[in-house]
Design a protein. Structure first.
Length: 230
């Protein structure tokens, strides 16, 4: 089990920031881009208000860039890793974006100002999920939307070929390419010990939200969950 305190996780992501985008797209064969685009299409189809958006665990900005397609008046990009945010700044230049170096457990925003909050491949790494959900509930407007794109535990029911790829190939290549001793070993461990979709849904529903849609993106491992603040 890896340490998930904020300082440790921030240091890990600082370390792999230079190769983060390349490895994400390489290991998913570009499917992570498609999963983000599906979220944007869903938001547009549902005609959700999107004037003010928050990208939590924004990293190097792939989700931030996708959210710009909604043409928000204000888009906040929050992450604990200064190095990841440096790459975001290089990649995206848009006056609607405000970059915040901080954590989900203490979001530096006022109450009820955000229409939609997105967490893409980040909630697994939160030090305190319950406190983070309280903060997200606080900054979302009434009936605001929380969207989570994540890899979930399947309680050992993974496809055996994918399990070998995910537990052996990705850690070996990821650590080697990123020059990290542990980051991509942590990736497998963080998913393997994470909640199932039903477990996380129950936790979020008990935090003042209601599940309104669930999409299975890949092998019952990668899901997108949509919640409304109640």
């Amino acid at each position: 089990m890896f340490n998930k305190d904020t300082e440790t996780i921030a240091k890990m992501f600082d370390e792999i920031a230079p190769k983060y985008d390349f490895l994400n797209h390489f290991f998913t064969a570009g499917q992570d881009i498609r999963w983000r685009n599906k979220i944007i299409k869903y938001i547009k189809a549902q005609k959700y208000s999107s004037n003010t958006l928050l990208d939590i665990a924004a990293g190097t900005g792939d989700s931030t860039r996708s959210l710009l397609k909604l043409k928000p008046q204000k888009l906040y990009a929050l992450d604990i890793s200064p190095k990841m945010l440096e790459f975001l700044k290089r990649k995206i230049n848009n006056p609607s974006i405000t970059i915040l170096n901080g954590k989900a457990e203490a979001i530096p925003l006022q109450d009820k100002i955000v229409d939609i909050a997105l967490i893409a491949f980040g909630i697994r790494n939160f030090e305190d999920i319950d406190k983070s959900l309280q903060e997200i509930h606080r900054i979302l407007k009434d009936n605001g939307i929380l969207i989570i794109l994540e890899m979930f535990s399947t309680n050992g029911k993974q496809n055996p070929f994918f399990k070998f790829y995910f537990s052996k190939v990705i850690p070996f290549l990821g650590n080697k390419i990123s020059k990290s001793n542990y980051a991509y070993s942590y990736l497998f461990n963080s998913v393997d010990t994470f909640f199932t979709t039903s477990e996380l849904t129950e936790k979020i529903n008990n935090s003042g939200f209601e599940l309104i849609n669930e999409v299975n993106n890949f092998l019952k491992i990668v899901h997108t969950l949509y919640f409304k603040k109640i």
